[in-house]
Design a protein around this ligand. Structure first.
Ligand code: GDP
Ligand code: MG
Length: 164
């Protein structure tokens, strides 16, 4: 089924000049960019993105650290469209903790931080990008980050050769 999903190149990805390489991975897989912008979000917005669900899963402290991390610099927000796009984008992104992310994934190729190191040293798990974790998350996150007018409809060549 055709789906849309949200990717956010986090401040470490932007500051390491990896935005282009990250976007390339998704384009190479035939995923279509239907929305994209650079924004420097504030703490209030960050709390809407990292909702109470994060607190339930990782605790209050991690949520606070995440809000600090994602507001540390500008980010590049992208809406991608494709077949089962949520799962496809998560697969290309790789596991949350870069040490566990497989080679060939973005997090596995461009980072190596372990969960243990982050916790022991009170550091962020800087893993370059956010990618919606489920269809429900994707829907809510796209509505938070993009207006209808900022999402575009057009044809790519992949629609003739990769999917249609
Ligand atoms: P994701 O969907 O793969 O990004 O992972 P989650 O939704 O579970 O967590 C959101 C983000 O929280 C991750 O991308 C990490 O940047 C961060 N994170 C996860 N676990 C920890 C942790 O134990 N400590 C810290 N500081 N950050 C964490
Ligand atoms: Mg997540």
């Amino acid at each position: 089924m055709l789906e849309k999903t949200l990717v956010v190149v986090k401040p470490d990805g932007v500051q390491r000049s990896l935005a282009g390489k990250i976007i390339q991975r998704f384009e190479d897989a035939g995923l279509k960019i239907v929305g994209m912008k650079m924004v420097w979000i504030g703490k209030e917005f960050a709390k809407k993105h990292y909702t109470e669900d994060i607190e339930k899963r990782h605790g209050e402290k991690v949520r606070g650290m995440l809000v600090g991390y994602i507001t540390r610099g500008p980010v590049v927000a992208i809406v991608l469209e494709g077949i089962e796009a949520v799962e496809a984008v998560r697969k290309i992104t790789g596991s949350t903790y870069p040490s566990a992310a497989a080679p060939g994934t973005i997090r596995g190729d461009f980072a190596h931080m372990t969960k243990e190191h982050a916790i022991t040293n009170d550091q962020d798990v800087q893993n370059l990008l956010h990618a919606s974790g489920s269809k429900e998350e994707a829907k809510a996150e796209i509505a938070l980050w993009f207006s209808e007018k900022e999402l575009h409809s057009y044809k790519t060549v992949h629609e003739a050769h990769v999917f249609h």
